[in-house]
Design a protein around this ligand. Structure first.
Ligand code: ADP
Length: 261
């Protein structure tokens, strides 16, 4: 796979004025006949490069379905998904996988790290899938771990790390490929308040300092407050999009971001 081109993706940035992500009339149907369920009922959403967007809404409102589509893990039943101007809904499974590996990073509520595998090796995984050489992987993973405050913790396994540290490893794994977008699905859902704000501080830094677009599902208003826009899902539709005039610009004072907790 090394060096394989990203088929059907435009190499350049989206055309001027065109968003990084554009959903138009996106629907998703599960099942058929009596068990048919329309999980998304026509979603329109534009996300510009460099945005920080929170996705909120009650359980069952379609947030995960939308994130799976945005993350190229699933395809819409109808409508269009344009990423950098490319029609994702028309890509093959293999092409979507390439798009995912090239442009997207993922952070999950449950961290999703490989047990009995060091932090370093967990972070190297996306580079292994991409076909990078061992020395390249080692250096990039070490840099990513340092950038999330985990320099010196490379050889610890998940069981030897706190929840907050495990989520930092997961963030390092998400950013080691220098993605355009990080999709975070309730990234603080398993963490206490202090660790949650530390993780939000990290996501904020990625967004602000590296220009990574962040799409984050959260139930917690305190965490959504870091985002510039709040997209509210209700019953398979976007009920409203609220612009946050004063997003949180730094994790609350007194929270150490040194990886020690
Ligand atoms: P949320 O993330 O907001 O909780 P989901 O996107 O998980 O919502 O679910 C939206 C609706 O789609 C729910 O009614 C859910 O039961 C249904 N659903 C989700 N995934 C599937 C699936 N794989 N098969 C059938 N129904 C599903």
């Amino acid at each position: 796979m090394a060096g394989s081109p990203v088929v059907a993706l435009p190499p350049a940035r989206p055309a001027p004025g065109e968003p990084l992500i554009r959903l138009r009339g996106v629907t998703k149907r599960y099942g058929s006949g009596a068990s048919e369920l329309l999980a998304l009922k026509g979603i329109d959403l534009d996300v510009a490069a460099g945005e920080f967007v929170a996705i909120m809404g009650p359980s069952g409102s379609g947030k995960s379905t939308a994130m799976n589509i945005l993350g190229c893990l699933d395809t819409p039943t109808g409508g269009q998904y344009l990423f950098k101007g490319a029609h994702v809904e028309a890509l093959s499974r293999d092409q979507r996988a390439r798009l995912r590996r090239r442009y997207l990073g993922f952070v999950f509520q449950g961290f999703n790290l490989l047990a009995r595998t060091s932090a370093q090796e967990n972070v190297e995984l996306p580079l292994l899938y991409r076909g990078d050489a061992a020395a390249v992987r080692r250096a990039a993973a070490a840099t990513a771990l340092r950038s999330v405050g985990l320099g010196g913790w490379e050889h610890h396994t998940p069981a030897e790390l706190s929840g907050g540290q495990q989520q930092r490893v997961a963030i390092a794994r998400a950013i080691v490929t220098a993605p355009a977008v990080v999709l975070a699905d309730e990234p603080t859902g398993n963490l206490d308040t202090q660790r949650s704000h530390e993780i939000m501080g990290l996501l904020l830094a990625l967004n602000r300092d590296q220009g990574i677009t962040v799409l984050m599902v959260t139930h917690e208003p305190d965490m959504a407050a870091y985002a510039r826009r709040l997209v509210h899902f209700v019953d398979g539709r976007i009920a409203r999009i609220v612009v946050n005039p004063h997003p949180v610009v730094a994790a609350p004072a007194g929270l150490a971001v040194d990886g020690s907790a």
